[in-house]
Design a protein around this ligand. Sequence first.
Ligand SMILES: Nc1ncnc2c1ncn2[C@@H]1O[C@H](COP(=O)(O)OP(=O)(O)OP(=O)(O)O)[C@@H](O)[C@H]1O
Ligand SMILES: [Mg+2]
Length: 335
Amino acid sequence: MTSATATPGSTAGATATSGSTAAAGLVVKGLVKIHPGPVCALKGIDLEIPGGMFGLLGPNGAGKSTFMSIVAGLVEPTAGRVLLDGTDIVANPRFVRERLGFLPQDFGFYPELSGRAMLEFLLRLKGISGPRGRTALADALLERVNLADAAKRKVGGYSGGMRQRLGLAQAIAGDPRILIVDEPTAGLDPEERQRFYRLLAELAVGRVVLLSTHIVDDVATLCPRLAVIKSGHVVADTTPSAARESVDGLVHEGFVADADLPAFAAAHRVLSAVLVEGRTNRVRVFVPPGGTPPAGFTKSPGTLEDAYLVLMRVPDHEVPPALARSVPDATEATR
Ligand SMILES: Nc1ncnc2c1ncn2[C@@H]1O[C@H](COP(=O)(O)OP(=O)(O)OP(=O)(O)O)[C@@H](O)[C@H]1O
Ligand SMILES: [Mg+2]
């Protein structure tokens, strides 16, 4: 690594914005990533994430993991800058690695090891120990994530939620400034998901936490701020309540028989269609200002899920401008 010369503040590349003091938290400017192929996974991402829990919401292939890997200093961007507390982490990846906890999307565990042995192994890899030794630190971390009772059990027998909590235990070792969790709740049952949410909310205090997900509930439950990413672009930089308000009054709900659904979907902006008792569909539609709702449909309060689906399914020119940018002084959201 050639980061020895990258002293924070010593180069233009290490200063947050010209004329201002270095911003606390994470600042991302013009981030582009072209994977071999070529696949342009990120097409110019601008975000400012001051601290606390920040949700990155987007469908499969949107670029979430690519974004997370760059912020974690694991993947080099093709262009753009990432600043953590004012230091350029592309020029100085060691800076972020020393301050980072990362729970990747696919965490590989050795199924034959006990939870404690697995964690100790991961701590050794990270070069982290505690004042009373590595085993004592592993035990304290297992306690922290409510796995003390399962410390001696083989990881192969852990539930999905237990594995994710073990992943979090290694991520928070060393008290990182920034915690990155990539789709942590996929595959968890509702009870495990709630338990994971609680733990993550506790761990977010005093940190930057980046949570990527395609599950709107994750963001609604945990994140005071979120960005929606679609095909490598940030299409919204907002808060859950601002996103809800921006679609409020524009969402209507009604019922449509299964056989009629294709024709209905061709004529209206369908956000969601949920089968009810195997016979009919509860359908939510987006009706732009001045538009006529389908016959028999009634106005329904807007939800964060509606706002997300508007961004995914409604043509750009019909998306309410307030949905794309509802955070005051947010960086320019690219569309
Ligand atoms: N190493 C790679 N080489 C080539 N293409 C890649 C690589 N990694 C990701 N991609 C492509 O880049 C795009 C974004 O992928 P990415 O994994 O960042 O999306 P994601 O939002 O995390 O998706 P998911 O929700 O499925 O995890 C996709 O088209 C993907 O196929
Ligand atoms: Mg991913």
